[in-house]
Design a protein around this ligand. Structure first.
Ligand SMILES: [Zn+2]
Length: 239
């Protein structure tokens, strides 16, 4: 049992290391998530803008074609005005001319609107690509850096976990059960040394008879106050 209890102390050490490494990750995972989703948002925003700009340019070309058609029509009417013989014919042509000019100016106004929209798209730093070009390399570099740090911690943890697995294989099931139960309730610390005749976890005084039992290490002795497993590490840690 003494050997088993020593291994239990080693298990506690390993779990402390794992907990410390886990804490050392800090907010890296959240930071990576944040950067990645912000990057995706900005890329989508820019793609959306590029598509919209393409649509606008298509519309621009379409309107320019329409303007040419209308201009040709107006020119043709102008020619015919020079050839009219009667007032009635003149009035009718003039009317047709006014309508054609009206349509032309309507299309021209629409084209102006479209062109203003195309120009306006360049004024928004979030959507004209400039800010994305600036943000993207910084975000990607930071993500890469964080991932390198995380994977360093993860591989260290993997090594320690395999050591842990090798250790727990030999550990008595009953002992493991006590350890796991106490560990969950006591923020990760299940095994404590005896410190100046008291429990190293809660500093509750241990009766001399119990200290003798702990030193004998014939069975796991738990603190009657906090429930942690108390071990004697060769000498009283406090003296
Ligand atoms: Zn205690």
């Amino acid at each position: 049992m003494r050997e088993q209890l020593t291994e239990l102390a080693r298990l506690q050490e390993i779990d402390d290391q794992l907990a410390k490494l886990e804490r050392s990750k800090g907010d890296y995972p959240q930071r990576i998530d944040e950067l990645e989703s912000e990057l995706t948002r900005r890329v989508q925003l820019q793609q959306g803008m590029e598509e919209e700009e393409k649509d606008l340019q298509k519309e621009q070309r379409n309107l320019e074609r329409q303007i040419k058609d209308h201009q040709a029509r107006v020119a043709k009417l102008q020619d015919r005005l020079g050839e009219v013989k009667t007032n009635k014919e003149w009035d009718a042509l003039q009317k047709e001319m006014d309508a054609a000019k009206g349509e032309l100016s309507g299309v021209e106004d629409h084209l102006l609107e479209i062109m203003e929209k195309i120009e306006g798209a360049g004024d928004d730093p979030e959507t004209d690509g400039e800010e994305l070009d600036d943000f993207k390399p910084h975000a990607e570099a930071e993500i890469k850096d964080l991932k390198v740090k995380l994977s360093g911690v993860d591989s260290k943890m993997a090594r320690i976990r395999s050591e842990r697995d090798a250790l727990t294989v030999h550990l008595d099931d009953g002992l493991k059960r006590i350890y796991n139960r106490v560990k969950e309730g006591k923020q990760g610390t299940a095994v404590v040394p005896v410190v100046r005749g008291a429990c190293g976890g809660c500093y509750n005084r241990i009766p001399p008879q119990t200290i003798t039992e702990i030193r004998r290490a014939e069975r796991p002795i738990t603190c009657e106050n906090c429930g942690r497993i108390m071990l004697w590490f060769g000498e009283d840690e406090g003296s």
